[in-house]
Design a protein around this ligand. Structure first.
Ligand code: AHG
Ligand code: MN
Ligand code: MN
Length: 337
């Protein structure tokens, strides 16, 4: 049995520290957490519930939707639409923002999410997750418009992810540190198991989908070449490589033991600036990583400083141990000089 701080207690203590807090945010976060527990349950039961495999539909990104993409999106919506804390929601799986149904009150926050990150991995039983970001609505109590969501990541009130791995964890930041909680299924509560997570500044591990190597820009080519050259190369040390194809799993590994994750700009499809989406993948992860002492850039700019132009905008992502991210970002600037 656990004796530690529960997530419920942690959130309420945070509320007590926040001047003028009404409890709205606490209650909203609680509903997000309940959705993550429900998603953990469906993902965990998997084939027993007949939820594996794909649908015939595509999402706005042109990606084939998994049954679980749709189910988990629905869980997030149902859990968060009714309580009156939100002016709107936006998700990877919905072309347009989700309008809160008329029978429910409108609130002062916006919720943006990727309900199932790494969903190509669900059929093969590899870790997946849910990523979310909470923003203040520009106008409280008014149905949110697309423009309302287009806020720089630096304005996030809270960001988090749940990872459905060998254990289910929730990792969270309110802007003063990053904390990790593990789900105790017997009690039904997340318990603080990883207080003040800190990314080591130095690392010998990088993560990138190397099948795209021929499409990378020179600075990324150079960085990876130097890692691969190992002890006798310019870096003077051997590196290890990982690629899970679930951003949540990569970020979680980096928060735990350091490393760098890159989904950089490439020339594979010139219409796309990167693969990952700014509002519900890059921004929340950048906030979490920075709050754990790491860095997150596009190679050229800090991710949290970007001004979003569209709900489903893609950006290059380079994040993790600060020294390594600074090195890759430095190579981009050298090229520009
Ligand atoms: P999603 O399943 O939400 O579409 O996200 C998948 C993302 C990300 O989690 C992962 O890092 C990346 O796509 C993997 O891309 P590749 O298949 O190109 O390696
Ligand atoms: Mn994703
Ligand atoms: Mn997804």
């Amino acid at each position: 049995m656990h004796t530690g701080t529960t997530l419920t207690q942690f959130i309420i203590e945070e509320q007590r520290r926040t001047a003028g807090a009404t409890g709205d945010f606490t209650s909203l976060l609680n509903d997000v957490v309940i959705a993550c527990k429900a998603i953990s349950n469906v993902v965990n039961k998997g084939a027993l519930l007949g939820v594996m495999g794909s649908l015939d539909s595509e999402n706005v990104q042109g990606e084939t939707q998994k049954k679980l993409d749709v189910i988990t999106n629905d869980i997030m919506i149902r859990s968060n639409e009714w309580a009156g804390h939100l002016a709107g929601m936006a998700s990877e799986e919905m072309d347009e923002p989700y309008a809160i149904p008329g029978q429910y009150p409108l609130g002062k926050y916006l919720l943006v999410f990727d309900p199932l990150d790494g969903s190509s991995n669900v059929d093969v039983n590899i870790s997946v997750g849910t990523i979310f970001s909470i923003l203040k609505a520009p106008v409280a109590g008014r149905a949110a418009k697309t423009e309302d969501f287009l806020q720089p990541g630096a304005q996030q009130v809270c960001a988090g992810y749940a990872i459905y791995g060998s254990s289910t964890m929730l990792v969270l930041t309110f802007g003063h540190g990053t904390n990790g909680f593990t789900l105790d299924r017997d009690v039904g509560e997340f318990v603080l198991t990883h207080p003040s997570m800190t990314i080591p500044t130095e690392t010998r591990e990088f993560a990138i989908n190397a099948s795209n190597m021929r499409f990378w820009e020179k600075p990324v080519q150079r960085y990876v070449d130097e890692c691969l050259a190992g002890k006798t190369g310019p870096r003077g040390k051997d590196f290890n490589m990982r690629w899970v194809a679930s951003m949540v799993a990569e970020v979680h590994r980096i928060l735990t033991r350091g490393g760098i994750f890159m989904y950089p700009k490439d020339t594979k499809d010139p219409a796309k600036a990167g693969k990952l989406r700014l509002l519900y993948e890059a921004n929340p992860m950048a906030f979490i990583v920075e709050q754990a002492g790491g860095a997150a850039t596009t190679g050229r700019e800090r991710i949290l400083d970007l001004s979003p132009e569209g709900l489903h905008q893609r950006v290059p992502v380079i994040l993790g141990s600060k020294t390594e991210v600074d090195t890759v970002t430095g190579y981009h600037h050298e090229k520009a000089a």
